[in-house]
Design a protein around this ligand. Structure first.
Ligand code: 6CS
Ligand code: FE
Length: 302
């Protein structure tokens, strides 16, 4: 493909995954690997784990953190929650109706404890294996999902948003969710559609300006149409990987996922860290709109 100057467009600049551009939803086949390394016997994941991630788009690891290390993260997150209640910082996102703290963004930058956690060698080794080399953090946050009032996250592919709104060219990123509380099937845990990471659902609707101001509280654009989601769930079902505090879920940037609200008394807080390959740094948003702020999507990495 050529641009107006007649020079060849780089792969990176071509929109391989157009979304929010057409009147009808469509399915685009994934054009990128899922596991970006060759498995060898000395790999940090077993062959079964690596194959499971490739096939299903996620991997659940029970008891990844425990003991004092875990208590340290839990205590720090609770303290941040208390401070955030009376904070005016833009990094603090509130529930859609009400003022409870929903998320705190960029904790890997603002907080030394979570900065250390984001560089945890055992975790990074797995991330680097899956993404095939050096990475940087595209986004981090604590999601609180408090008891009684925590609201849902509607179905979405993270990559759809990161591509359209942040300019992430390819599928070479993943999220790591670290449970700070025990996750049950009833307190609004992560739900994933296994295998959905191999198809990109191109969504309808044009992104409103400054969409992030609403979408982080309640996402309404960049969500799949009912028919596509129904087809995906009929084909593969829904998994809810749950376990004790300290468990970790790694999930591919394009897996279809969401979570229900939490009307139980048990909060369900977790830390999300999004790693992206240094070979997949963001360019201008594919929507042609203004990029989102640095605390939501890193543009000045390393
Ligand atoms: O905006 C983001 O980057 C993330 N948050 C939401 C609610 N949807 C897309 C993505 O996971
Ligand atoms: Fe998400």
């Amino acid at each position: 493909m050529s641009n107006s100057q007649g020079s060849t467009l780089q792969d990176k600049e071509m929109d391989l995954y157009p979304s929010r551009q057409h009147m009808e939803p469509r399915i685009i086949k994934r054009q990128d690997p899922v596991v970006h390394s060759e498995w060898t016997p000395d790999a940090v994941l077993s062959k079964e784990q690596s194959d499971f991630y490739e096939r299903n788009g996620y991997l659940f690891i029970e008891g990844f953190f425990d003991g004092q290390e875990l208590s340290h993260y839990q205590k720090e997150a609770r303290e941040l929650q208390v401070t955030a209640r009376s904070s005016e910082d833009e990094e603090v996102i509130r529930e859609p109706s009400g003022s409870e703290v929903r998320s705190i963004f960029a904790v890997h930058k603002s907080n030394p404890v979570f900065q250390n956690l984001s560089r945890h060698p055992r975790l990074l080794a797995i991330v680097e294996y899956l993404l095939g080399g050096q990475t940087y953090i595209h986004q981090s946050r604590i999601n609180y999902k408090p008891g009684f009032t925590g609201k849902e996250f509607y179905w979405h592919s993270d990559f759809e948003t990161w591509h359209v709104e942040d300019g992430m060219p390819r599928m070479r990123a993943l999220s790591c969710s670290i449970a700070l509380e025990d996750n049950y099937h009833f307190n609004g845990p992560l739900m994933v559609v296994p295998g959905s990471h191999k198809e990109f659902v191109s969504c309808i609707g044009k992104t409103p300006d400054n969409h992030f101001k609403d979408s982080l509280r309640k996402q309404e654009y960049g969500v799949p149409d009912h028919d596509s989601l129904t087809r995906m769930v009929e084909k593969s079902g829904i998994d809810t990987p749950v376990g004790k505090a300290g468990s970790v879920i790694l999930f591919d940037c394009n897996i279809m996922h969401g979570s229900n609200s939490n009307i139980t008394p048990m909060p369900r807080s977790n830390i999300f860290i999004v790693y992206n390959s240094v070979e997949n740094k963001v360019i201008q948003p594919y929507s042609g709109q203004k990029p989102r702020p640095e605390y939501i999507a890193t543009r000045n990495a390393l």
